[in-house]
Design a protein around this ligand. Sequence first.
Ligand code: SAM
Length: 226
Amino acid sequence: MESGDLTDRRFVRYRHRLIEDIRATGVDDLEILHLFDRVPRHLFLPEAQWPRAYEDAPIPIGHGQTASQPSLQALYLDVLKLAPTDRVLEIGTGSGFLTALLALTAERVYSVERIRPLSRRARRVLDGLGIQNAALFVGDGSIGWRRFAPYDVIIVSAASPSTPGGLVEQLADGGRMLVPIGTQEAQELVLVRRAGDRTSEERVLDRVSFVPLLGLQGWSEDEAQV
Ligand code: SAM
């Protein structure tokens, strides 16, 4: 990855404080913590949000969407234990920040976003950082991205009313998927594992709150409270 803004002294102190905040939530894997030092989160956010870029909080990115809380993304990485050979499908590119963390950890990332301007913006920032192993697609990610399936890991960054069956089908044997499942107000973060034809589900977090997954296997736009 190209260094670019990484040397921007204004943000280095805040970035280190964020890493301490993440560590305080229980993630102490040094490789994961180091990723938050390597990827400048502010670049993925609208400039008006730069003063808040290194808060451990969800941040508005326009179009009614948010960049997820960094400590939650660190937990994702901690739970999924990505291997350098893993192929990852991400549903909900949003800002593209998690896409960058995944691309620096796995072999290749395929990321789907339904809002074109968000996907375009994420592409520009990833290109600016020299991240080349992330393919972005605009469309309904609730049905996955069949063309490149199967995936070792699937991450759904939007709330789903139930386990999205189409995504489970795109998991490789031995694959795992993290998805928030529940109502539009509150969800549980669920880890789905696939072994042959069998799947198991395990609750990772009791209460999370994501924007809704809109699409064929999520909510319709009429149902969405956004
Ligand atoms: N990881 C992202 C980040 O940190 O910026 C999180 C983005 S936000 C919580 C969830 C994203 O999912 C939004 O950008 C939203 O537009 C997108 N989304 C919702 N339903 C979708 C669908 N069916 N297909 C693709 N993206 C979807």
